[in-house]
Design a protein around this ligand. Structure first.
Ligand SMILES: [Zn+2]
Length: 333
């Protein structure tokens, strides 16, 4: 087997040892480049190639990168400056808003104080205007305050004040004051309802009392007796008016009362009209204040033409004249 055949048998390597001939003048020298030397030279060449590429890139594009970075820094600084200015503006606005809120709250307080004062005055005046009615009830052992409370509670307006949404922002003192004002307004509403429902109207166009409410000498027996209404003198045929809205409960000739009408109102109140010469309504009729129920007469246990007028609260007779006075004196009920 010759060398050629040997070489053919071996697998070929990348860096085969190579024979190099170096001619120096007439001398020719032979050198062998081993595989490892060749490999080192190849690696060195790769490093050189990579370094050349990097240096070229920095030379051609480096300035652009620096410029881009500087530009970004400048842009960020500008944005920062804008943000700092905006922050300062918002802080100053916040301070302004706080001062405004304070001033609004002060104004709110002033307004509430004025409203509270007005509502309190109105409530006192309204309450005073019911003093006659209150006396009438007291005379008969009834309490106006109890009647008032009953109506006030039944109207469902006496509950605690529940602030609206958003009121959490408000001062608790203001919230409480608003609650008090609402409560006073609710009471005024109740008084207004009482004005509507109590028999404060006048049963005749001209009021002339001929016999008062309470103990008196009976015109027939001469003995002391309880007069449960008032007698109002008027000529026969004078129209008699219902003194508050209601429903006719009874309308007939009723012994001592003669021709008689009884009207049922709200809150357990009844009014009675007796000794009529003529009845103009029938049982079940719905009446509005001022509707005519009949005409003045002298029927039943009566000594002359007059109207016997009664007001009953929960079946207890009260003095009707005080109700008429309430309407007359105050002129605002
Ligand atoms: Zn009478």
């Amino acid at each position: 087997m010759n060398i050629m055949q040997k070489n053919k048998m071996k697998p070929k390597r990348i860096f085969e040892p190579k024979e190099v001939l170096i001619k120096k003048g007439a001398v020719v020298r032979q050198m062998t480049l081993s595989s490892s030397v060749q490999f080192l030279m190849f690696i060195f060449f790769l490093f050189f190639l990579f370094w050349t590429a990097q240096t070229s890139c920095l030379y051609f594009f480096g300035n652009d990168l620096v410029r881009q970075r500087d530009y970004q820094i400048a842009e960020l600084s500008l944005q920062n400056e804008v943000l700092v200015r905006e922050l300062a503006t918002y802080r100053s606005r916040a301070k302004g808003a706080e001062a405004l809120a304070q001033s609004i709250q002060e104004t709110h307080k002033d307004i509430l104080n004025k409203v509270d004062e007005l509502v309190s005055d109105e409530l006192k005046n309204t309450k005073d205007s019911f003093s006659r009615v209150s006396k009438s009830l007291k005379q008969s052992g009834l309490s106006f305050d109890k009647l008032f409370q009953k109506v006030y509670q039944s109207q469902g307006v006496g509950g605690p004040f529940i602030p609206d949404e958003g009121n959490e922002m408000m001062d608790s003192v203001l919230t409480e004051q608003i609650g008090n004002i609402y409560q006073k307004l609710s009471k005024l509403e109740t008084f207004s309802y009482l004005k509507e429902q109590l028999p404060l109207g006048e049963p005749l166009d001209n009021i002339r009392v001929t016999a008062a409410f309470g103990r008196r000498q009976d015109p027939f027996t001469g003995k002391l007796a309880q007069h449960e209404g008032i007698d109002l003198g008027a000529p026969e045929g004078t129209p008699v008016y219902v003194t508050s809205a209601g429903r006719v409960k009874r309308a007939f000739t009723n012994g001592a009362y003669g021709k008689f009408v009884e009207v049922e109102h709200e809150m357990g109140i009844m009014t009675r009209y007796a000794h009529l010469s003529k009845i103009l309504v029938k049982k079940g009729d719905m009446l509005q204040i001022g509707d005519s129920v009949g005409l003045v007469g002298n029927t039943g246990r009566s000594t002359g033409d007059h109207l016997h007028y009664e007001i009953l609260i929960n079946k207890t007779p009260v003095n009707p004249y005080r109700f008429i006075q309430t309407k007359r004196e105050k002129n605002n009920v």
